[in-house]
Design a protein around this ligand. Structure first.
Ligand code: NDP
Length: 326
């Protein structure tokens, strides 16, 4: 559970007078952000840790995983902005309860995920993993084509990314379904909600895409119990987080032939250790957590827009709800 999920609104500490943002992430992106802040939001001071003279003047922090020590020094902090789409990397217990936590929502992340997911779905749909194996063995081995309308694609997680992926694969004609915590209605998609409908959802996925956030409820959700509910021969695309997958369950289901392939963009830990069995598995395609990446220019503008919303007392895009943990 996220810190700050108590009932009474926590009391904020002293508000810093100016608007100062501390940036502690990738220096290359930082250079672009600095230019955009200077040009488009000159009233917001943009500083790096080396330039921070007065920690008590910092009102906003943009970071991937700030240390407890840094957070303790930022006595006027009001909002912590993740530089990525996920917030599972934060140790919530380090975070004072009055600090608002915001994940990154920006068009670059969505575009990247849509490209990756379409590529992965088509790779699996058209049997490229099998053709790769056949090529290495010098086998000319065409496989009967399954029409897209007979291939069922299901997305776990119907948030900004899950919905964008469904919209992008729809024109190919796949039979689409989705699963989320609360009920959604999406044109052309059979939507399922909650644990009670998970088995029905899984039973109708030839291609399963994981796009839920990593929370206490979803850790280990891709395990023998759930993956064995997929139809025989189904395939998995995990673009959520490595912590969603129980690795030895995937390996045994692949080896038993219940699953026929997996495309994994995320692992736990990252990078994947050298001796890990995923590296050499013939039916696993691995990518190094690149499905989508925060794009510097669009992200800077999304952050400025959120700071403006915060200053105006409006809800921010991507604000984490403490009661849900995402
Ligand atoms: P959103 O918060 O917009 O959507 C999350 C979705 O997951 C919602 O539909 C939500 O349900 C559903 N969900 C959450 N918890 C549960 C649960 N316990 N049971 C069922 N459904 C649940 O997230 P995004 O779409 O922006 O991102 C999803 C994840 O993608 C990120 O958290 C991150 O881990 C991953 N990601 C990976 C990247 C990569 O490069 N591999 C890049 C970017 C993100 P409801 O709609 O009911 O709230």
């Amino acid at each position: 559970m996220v810190a700050g999920s108590g009932h009474a609104p926590p009391v904020r500490r002293k508000k810093a007078d100016g608007m100062t943002l501390l940036y502690t992430s990738d220096p290359e992106r930082g250079r672009i952000w600095r230019e955009i802040f200077a040009a488009e939001a000159p009233d917001i001071a943009f500083v790096t840790p080396e330039e921070m003279n007065d920690p008590a003047a910092i009102r906003y922090l943009a970071a991937w995983d700030p240390s407890r020590e840094l957070l303790e020094r930022l006595t006027s902090l009001q909002a912590l902005f993740s530089v990525g789409a996920g917030i599972d990397q934060f140790d919530m217990s380090k975070l004072p309860p009055y600090v608002r936590l915001v994940r990154m929502i920006e068009p670059g992340i969505v575009e990247g995920m849509v490209e990756y997911a379409c590529g992965a779905v088509l790779t699996l749909h058209r049997g490229f993993i099998d053709y790769g194996l056949a090529q290495r063995e010098h086998r000319w081995a065409p496989v009967k084509l399954v029409p897209a309308a007979e291939r069922r694609v299901g997305v776990m997680g119907l948030g900004q990314l899950g919905q964008a992926v469904l919209k992008a694969v729809r024109p190919f004609g796949f039979a689409l379904s989705g699963w989320s915590r609360t009920r959604h209605e999406i044109e052309g998609v059979a939507c399922h909600a909650g644990e009670a409908e998970l088995d029905t959802f899984l039973a109708h996925c030839d291609i399963l895409i994981c796009l839920v956030p990593l929370t206490a409820e979803t850790r280990g959700i891709l395990c023998r119990k759930t993956l064995s509910k997929l139809p025989r021969g189904a395939v998995l695309i995990n673009v959520g987080r490595g912590g969603h997958l129980v690795e030895h369950d995937l390996l045994s289901l692949l080896d038993e032939g219940h699953l026929s392939a997996a495309i994994l963009d995320v692992t736990e830990p990252e990078p994947l250790p050298q001796e890990h069995p995923f590296w050499d598995h013939p039916r696993i395609l691995l990518t190094p957590h690149i499905a989508s990446m925060t794009r510097a220019d669009t992200a800077a503008r999304a952050l400025i827009a959120n700071i403006r919303k915060f200053e105006a007392g409006l809800p921010m895009d991507g604000e984490v709800r403490p009661d849900r943990g995402y």
